[in-house]
Each structure stands twice: as structure tokens, then as C-alpha cells.
Design a protein around this ligand. Structure first.
Ligand SMILES: *[C@@H]1O[C@H](CO)[C@@H](O)[C@H](O)[C@H]1NC(C)=O
Ligand SMILES: *[C@@H]1O[C@H](CO)[C@@H](O)[C@H](O)[C@H]1NC(C)=O
Ligand SMILES: *[C@@H]1O[C@H](CO)[C@@H](O)[C@H](O)[C@H]1NC(C)=O
Ligand SMILES: *[C@@H]1O[C@H](CO)[C@@H](O)[C@H](O)[C@H]1NC(C)=O
Ligand SMILES: *[C@@H]1O[C@H](CO)[C@@H](O)[C@H](O)[C@H]1NC(C)=O
Ligand SMILES: *[C@@H]1O[C@H](CO)[C@@H](O)[C@H](O)[C@H]1NC(C)=O
Ligand SMILES: *[C@@H]1O[C@H](CO)[C@@H](O)[C@H](O)[C@H]1NC(C)=O
Ligand SMILES: *[C@@H]1O[C@H](CO)[C@@H](O)[C@H](O)[C@H]1NC(C)=O
Length: 696
């Protein structure tokens, strides 16, 4: 219809030109078909021309500048068609050019030029475009892997057949106008996107068209990127963690595709990471350190890592320990220990404000009076727990030397003098014998507080005076020790209610050398011993040893007493064969007036008994008087509070008897005072015993 209209228009033009030109006798060529022709490949078409003003002009068809057909209209010879074009081009007798099954390569400018001698030349231009409909059109991206940061990527379309007249690109439905952004450039059959960004990922559309067909192609473009800056999160958030805590580390970063996460610690990959989450439950201090999260983009291979320091602490076990030691007996070395923590505890002595140490800190100070008794505190700082300890240096305190005695396997008597003065740091003891330092180190114990002196002859032990000096950097304290021969203080007797058992207790002066005691008794034989008694009846008044006791004993129980009999008891201290002075004898038994002979006397004659009774009453009075005096006199001072060990014996001087046959009992002594010593008050209430006397 349209073409038909165009044809009519051309004819009209031609008629007009014919009318005007004909009158002038001029050659005129005009187009009857449209001058711009679009056609599908393979179609037949004709470029129709009309000429006038001259008969049979010479004619040439040009394709571009190249003549392809020449002929003289009306001549008998056939038209000269260029060989290459013969298949397609046909010249009509009236000069029009026909195309048979026009192929794709024939589009271009066609010009017909007519020449008539004397009448000049005339020409008409045609433009031919040959199209094909689109077939199997596709769009692809190049390169395959589009990565953020690349220089550019291309979207290219291809097709099996088809000639594109227009291409229009869209991104996510919006037209891409090249002018909008320098990043896009539309090229032949492609779109270039420069410096691709993650935002360039999306759906690209290209719309292709020609006069005979159109096609719309889509391509989803993925721009790979990342991993971005990793984000590490800890839950719970704390400055540090304590062993046995549980926590979760997570590592994430943006990326396409989502990056893979791998946690490493101490050069090892931790298997239990999943989605970047690392669960650490009941952590140990060994798990503290640098954790690295490695993120990898599977597609692009780009890796990125980030680390986090995990602090896992543990307080040192126990409590800090303070000490003060002596350095060359001149300076004090204050020490503080609290080891085993993570991190190590920081230790300091704020009083001295000098330095700090880790785990184990010592500070040496010159000994001075100010330090004596000063409480020195060590501050122990640890992130998990702060703690402290303190120590006080003290000069040697007052003390009382003690003497212990035993007999060694060689039969020598060993006296151990101990000088133990409470002091911090512990006092070092120097020993002197008769003013000279004790040379033989083997006599002195490792801690110097004890001196062991030994000799077969006890007298030899007693001739020398000993001195000990306890010294630490803050001072010293000196004591003289004069050893005493065997002796006893505070001898007491406690009868039990039924009268068959008696307990004896005694004490020993601190510097006395004693290796054993003889418990001596006078009176009738003990009940149990009566069966196999060997001694004669007549010797019941004599003191005889009934029970030996070791040097450590301070009490003895005597069993099987006859409540109706009277006994006397005394204790003899011994140092090997040497006996010390016996104690005064204590008596136990019914009053003298009720004794067997007295009753017999009463039976014999009352006057005699009365006289005897009177005598006894007198004696009782005397006893009370005497015991009151004795109570005042015999209370031996317990020398614990004494500054110096008694250097003289508290008892009357006594001749030390040499070893050998046992010395006969001192009968005179026994006979002089038996009644005075032995008359016990009828209602004797024993004082609370100093030592617990056990009765089996
Ligand atoms: C085109 O021309 C050729 C030769 O003249 C003819 O055989 C053919 O049928 C024509 N085709 C069409 C579609 O007109
Ligand atoms: C010329 O010849 C062709 C084919 O024979 C015809 O289609 C066309 O109309 C003719 N042109 C004129 C002006 O007669
Ligand atoms: C055809 O001619 C026009 C001007 O008339 C020109 O712009 C065009 O480029 C020419 N085409 C070819 C294929 O030479
Ligand atoms: C072109 O597309 C058609 C159907 O759309 C298909 O049958 C044919 O195989 C395709 N050809 C090629 C070369 O892809
Ligand atoms: C491309 O993306 C759109 C949505 O963005 C989706 O609907 C479509 O199926 C995708 N096409 C392909 C080939 O993946
Ligand atoms: C880590 O802990 C969380 C919560 O405690 C739990 O949901 C998750 O499954 C754990 N992951 C692993 C790998 O154990
Ligand atoms: C013990 O020593 C003293 C004093 O040196 C001496 O008189 C005595 O004879 C000695 N005794 C023995 C048994 O050696
Ligand atoms: C021991 O010391 C006492 C008292 O200090 C003194 O009387 C005695 O002579 C001294 N004995 C010796 C052997 O030095």
C-alpha cells in the first residue's frame, strides 16, 4: 500500500519533470521505486528508473564507484553485466535493475547514469539494504569470570543469522545510555563495562532489531568480589578469659560467592570451624594466643585474613608466699613468691617502692631498727585476682636454753643443749665453750640451734660453761648454760581413793643432766610382789628401788599398795652411774596412831596407849607447823621466766657419787625425819596434777 503510494508520487514527479524538461530537450532520469530499499535476503526486487528527453541513451549501473552493468537502451547486443554479479543482477529493457534472490553482500549505494551524446548525463542514486531475520541469537559475557577490580568486561551477542540495525542495552530494566556513564561503551555487537563493581551484577538485556525482525536477549551477570574486610566477633566480649571459660569466635566478610572461613591457631587448622564460627569451650591457658581467620573466595581464589589475640588467664595456685631471709647475717632479703599463673603475677613491696618482679621477687635491705617488727606487705597483682602476703622481721626473742640427755650406743652420755630463739629470719646460733668458739662442727646441728656434747664421764660435762649466741641481722641474744648434775625439782605424790595406787610426779631443772630415775620405796612389799618377794621382812624400813624410769619420765604409778600399810616414796635422779641427790620422801598410809603396832599397844595397856596418843597429837601439831613452813620453802621457782639458766644447783650441794656398786641407802637421813616428812594430813586433797597421770 505504502509502496504503491510512493510509486504514484514518483510518477507524478516524473510527469512534471517531463513536462518542463521535455520542452527544453534535456535527458532526465528519475526513480520510480523508492530510493531507499530495505529487503530480506533471498527476495526478488527491482530498482525501477524512468528516463526521458532522449531516446536510447547509454546506461551504466554503478555499485558504489564500481560500474557493474553497461548497456545502450534499445541496442540488440545484450547488456554487459560484470561477471561476479551475473547471478543476481538483471537489466530490464527499460533500464531498471532487478535483483534475483538478493544475497546479503549486495547492500550498498547503486547509481544509474545515463548519457546521450549532445544531451548530457543524468543519474539517480538508490540505497539498498539487505537484511536477514535473527536466528539463534545469544548473548555471552567475557571473560567468564567477572571480578570486581577487573579492567572491564564485555557482553557480546552472537547469532546464526541476522543483520542488526539497532541494538539497545538495558541493565535491570533500565536503558543504558552511553552518555550517562563513562563506564559503559556500546561497541559492535557488544557492551563494554569498565571497572566492574559488585553493583554491576544483575540482569542485562539487549534488544536487537532490523526492519524485518527483532529479538530481546537476557543475561544474568555475576560480579565476583571479596572477601571484604573480615569482621571478627567474640562472644562474650571480655578483656580476657579465665581457664574453663567458654567462648565463641566468629569471622565473617562480604563476598560473592560467600567466602570460605578457616580458623588457624598456632600453625594448625582448627577443624571445628563452621560458617566461620569457632566454639571454644572450657578453654585452657595453652589456648591463648593469636587466632587467625582465613577467608577465601572459591571462585576467584582471593584470600584475606584477620587475626585476634585471645588472652586466657589463670591465677597462680594457692596464695602468695612472703619470706625474709638473712644475707650474710647483715642484710635482710625480703622475698615474695606466687608462681604458676598466666600471665605471671606482678609482685612488689609498696613499703619500699623499689622495683617490681614477676612470679618471684626478692629485695635486699640493710638491716635497721626500723625494719624490726615492721610488717612488710607484698602486693601480688594478677588480672584474675590480686592478693598479698606479709612478713615481719624480728630480732631474736628472749628464750630459755633446754637440755636433753640420752645415752648413745657407745655408752657415752649425750647432753643436747638447745638454744631456740624465736626470730625472723631464723637466728643462727654460735656456740662457745669456756669462752672459746666450739671448733668441732659435728657437735652442732645443721640448723645450729643444738649442741651435742658427749662424754663417758659425766663430771667432764659439768666442768665447762657453755654460751650460745642467737643472731640474725636485726640483733642477737646470748645465754650462758651451766650444766647441772642430775637433780629433781617439785616432787609430788598423789594417792588414789582406794589407797592401792599412788602417782608420783616430778620435774627436772632445765640444765640438769638426767638419764633415768630410780623410784624408791620403803615399807612392806607390794601385794603382787609379796608372792615372789625375795627381800627379808626386816628390810621394809629401808628404801629400795622398785621401778627404774627413763630420763624422759616425769611421773610414775605405783600399784598394788596395801591401803592398811604405810609406805614412803622418793625418786633418785641418775646420769648413767652417777646418782643425784634423792628427793625428800613422801609418805602414804594410815596415820601412825592407827598403825598395827599402835593398836597392839592399845590392846596391851590403856595408859601406855594414852601416852602414845598424846605423843602422836604432838607430832601431828608439829607436822602442821612444819608443812606450813615447807609450803613456803619448797615451792621451787619454775625457771621458765628466768633470763638465765640457773648456774647453781637449786638443791643442797651434793657429792656426786661415782658409778659402781649401788650406794647404800642413807639410813641416818631416813631415820631423822620420817615422822616429820611422812605424816600426811588426814584429808589430803591432791592439787591438780601438772602432768596427766594415767592409771591403767
Ligand atoms: C524470483 O525470480 C526468479 C527468476 O525470475 C523466479 O524464478 C522466482 O520465482 C522469483 N521469486 C519470487 C519470490 O518471486
Ligand atoms: C520497466 O520494466 C519493468 C519490468 O519489466 C516494469 O516492472 C516497470 O514498470 C517498467 N518501467 C516503466 C517505467 O515502464
Ligand atoms: C551511500 O551514499 C550515502 C550518501 O548518498 C552515503 O552516506 C553512504 O555512505 C553510501 N553508502 C555506501 C555503502 O557507500
Ligand atoms: C537454532 O534454533 C533452533 C530453534 O530455536 C534450533 O532448532 C537449532 O538447532 C538452532 N541452531 C543452532 C545452530 O543452534
Ligand atoms: C536472571 O535473574 C532473574 C532475576 O534477577 C531471574 O528471574 C532469572 O531466572 C535469571 N535467569 C537466569 C538464566 O539465571
Ligand atoms: C557452637 O555453639 C553454639 C551455641 O553454643 C551452637 O549452637 C553451635 O552448634 C556450636 N557449633 C559447633 C561447631 O560446635
Ligand atoms: C671423771 O672426771 C673427774 C674430773 O675430771 C675425775 O675426778 C674422775 O676420776 C673421773 N671419773 C672417771 C670414772 O673417769
Ligand atoms: C661458769 O659460770 C659460773 C657463773 O657464771 C662461774 O661461777 C663459774 O666459774 C664458771 N665456770 C667455768 C668453768 O668457767
Amino acid at each position: 500500500m505504502k509502496r504503491h503510494k510512493g510509486l504514484i508520487g514518483q510518477v507524478f514527479i516524473f510527469l512534471l519533470s517531463f513536462v518542463f524538461s521535455g520542452s527544453h530537450g534535456e535527458l532526465i532520469v528519475s526513480a520510480l521505486s523508492p530510493m531507499r530499499v530495505d529487503t530480506l535476503a533471498g527476495a526478488n526486487l527491482t530498482l525501477t528508473v524512468f528516463f526521458s528527453g532522449a531516446p536510447d541513451p547509454a546506461l551504466t549501473w554503478f555499485k558504489g564507484p564500481l560500474p557493474v552493468v553497461t548497456w545502450t537502451i534499445g541496442s540488440d547486443s545484450p547488456a554487459d553485466v560484470a561477471e561476479k554479479y551475473r547471478e543476481v543482477l538483471r537489466l530490464e529493457p527499460n533500464g531498471s535493475l532487478s535483483f534475483v534472490h538478493v544475497p546479503l553482500g549486495y547492500d550498498g549505494n547503486y547509481t544509474v547514469e545515463m548519457t546521450k551524446s549532445g544531451l548530457g548525463t543524468a543519474s539517480v542514486n538508490f540505497t539498498l539494504r539487505v537484511f536477514e531475520p535473527f536466528q539463534n541469537a545469544t548473548v555471552t559475557a567475557f571473560p567468564d569470570l567477572i571480578q570486581e577490580g577487573n579492567e572491564e568486561f564485555l557482553l557480546q551477542y552472537r547469532m546464526l543469522r541476522g543483520v542488526v540495525e539497532h541494538q539497545l542495552w538495558f541493565f535491570n530494566g533500565h536503558p543504558i545510555a552511553e552518555e550517562d556513564s563513562l563506564r559503559y561503551s556500546v561497541r559492535a555487537a557488544s557492551l563494554a563495562v569498565r571497572e566492574p563493581h559488585r553493583n554491576d551484577a544483575g540482569r542485562y538485556t539487549v534488544s536487537l532489531s532490523n526492519p524485518f525482525s527483532n529479538v530481546t536477549l537476557h543475561l544474568n551477570v555475576t560480579v565476583f568480589y571479596g572477601p571484604d574486610e573480615p569482621r571478627i566477633q567474640i562472644n562474650p566480649v571480655q578483656d580476657f578469659y579465665v581457664s574453663e571459660d567458654s567462648l565463641t569466635l566468629s569471622c565473617q566478610a562480604g563476598g560473592s560467592p560467600q567466602p570460605l572461613v578457616e580458623w588457624t591457631f598456632d600453625g594448625e587448622t582448627l577443624a571445628d570451624s563452621q560458617d566461620g564460627v569457632l566454639n571454644l569451650s572450657r578453654v585452657q591457658t595453652s589456648q591463648g594466643g593469636l587466632y587467625t581467620c582465613l577467608l577465601r573466595n572459591q571462585k576467584t581464589g582471593v584470600q584475606r585474613q584477620q587475626s585476634i589475640e585471645l588472652r586466657i588467664y589463670e591465677r597462680p595456685p594457692g596464695s602468695p608466699h612472703c619470706s625474709v631471709l638473712s644475707e650474710d647475717n647483715l642484710s635482710l632479703q625480703y622475698g615474695c613468691w606466687w608462681s604458676g599463673g598466666t600471665p605471671p603475677a606482678r609482685l612488689s613491696f609498696p613499703e619500699f617502692s623499689e622495683g617490681k618482679g614477676l612470679e618471684n621477687f626478692t629485695l635486699t635491705k640493710n638491716a635497721s631498727v626500723e625494719l624490726d617488727g615492721k610488717i612488710v606487705t607484698c602486693q601480688a597483682q594478677h588480672p584474675v585476682q590480686n592478693n598479698h602476703c606479709s612478713v615481719t622481721a624480728k630480732n631474736p626473742q628472749n628464750f630459755l636454753p633446754t637440755v636433753r640427755t640420752h645415752v648413745d650406743p657407745e655408752g657415752k652420755i649425750v647432753a643436747s643443749i638447745r638454744c631456740l630463739s624465736r626470730a625472723t629470719p631464723p637466728a643462727v646460733v654460735s656456740w662457745f665453750r669456756g669462752g672459746e668458739p666450739v671448733g668441732d662442727g659435728s657437735l652442732i646441728s645443721d640448723d645450729t640451734t643444738r649442741l651435742d656434747i658427749r662424754h663417758r664421764n659425766v663430771s667432764m660435762l659439768l666442768v665447762q660453761n657453755y654460751t650460745c649466741t642467737c643472731r640474725n641481722p636485726l640483733g642477737d641474744r646470748r645465754k650462758d648454760v651451766h650444766l647441772q648434775g642430775p637433780s629433781i625439782s617439785n616432787f609430788s605424790l598423789f594417792p588414789h581413793k582406794d589407797g592401792t595406787i599412788v602417782t608420783l610426779t616430778w620435774e627436772v631443772p632445765p640444765a640438769s643432766i638426767v638419764t633415768g630415775f630410780d623410784i624408791q620405796m620403803s615399807g612392806p612389799p607390794l601385794v603382787s610382789a609379796a608372792a615372789n618377794v625375795t627381800q627379808s621382812k626386816g628390810s621394809t624400813d629401808a628404801f629400795r628401788t622398785i621401778l627404774p624410769k627413763p630420763g624422759s619420765a616425769r611421773s610414775a604409778d605405783i600399784f598394788h599398795l596395801n591401803p592398811k600399810s604405810t609406805y614412803h616414796f622418793r625418786v633418785v635422779p641418775r646420769a648413767l652411774m652417777i646418782e643425784g641427790p634423792p628427793t625428800k620422801a613422801h609418805r602414804i598410809g594410815p596415820g601412825e596412831g592407827l598403825s598395827g603396832p599402835a593398836i597392839a599397844g592399845i590392846g596391851a595397856g590403856i595408859p601406855c596407849s594414852l601416852l602414845f596418843l598424846f605423843l602422836v597429837c604432838g607430832l601431828v601439831y608439829l607436822f602442821f607447823y612444819w608443812s606450813r613452813v615447807k609450803r613456803r620453802r619448797t615451792r621451787y621457782p619454775v625457771s621458765r621466766t628466768a633470763d638465765k639458766v640457773t648456774t647453781t644447783q637449786t638443791q643442797t650441794p651434793h657429792n656426786l657419787l661415782p658409778g659402781g656398786p649401788k650406794s647404800p641407802p642413807d639410813y641416818n637421813r631416813l631415820h631423822q625425819t620420817p615422822s616429820i616428812l611422812s605424816v600426811a594430813p588426814p584429808s589430803f586433797i591432791p592439787p591438780p596434777p601438772v602432768r596427766v597421770a594415767t592409771t591403767v
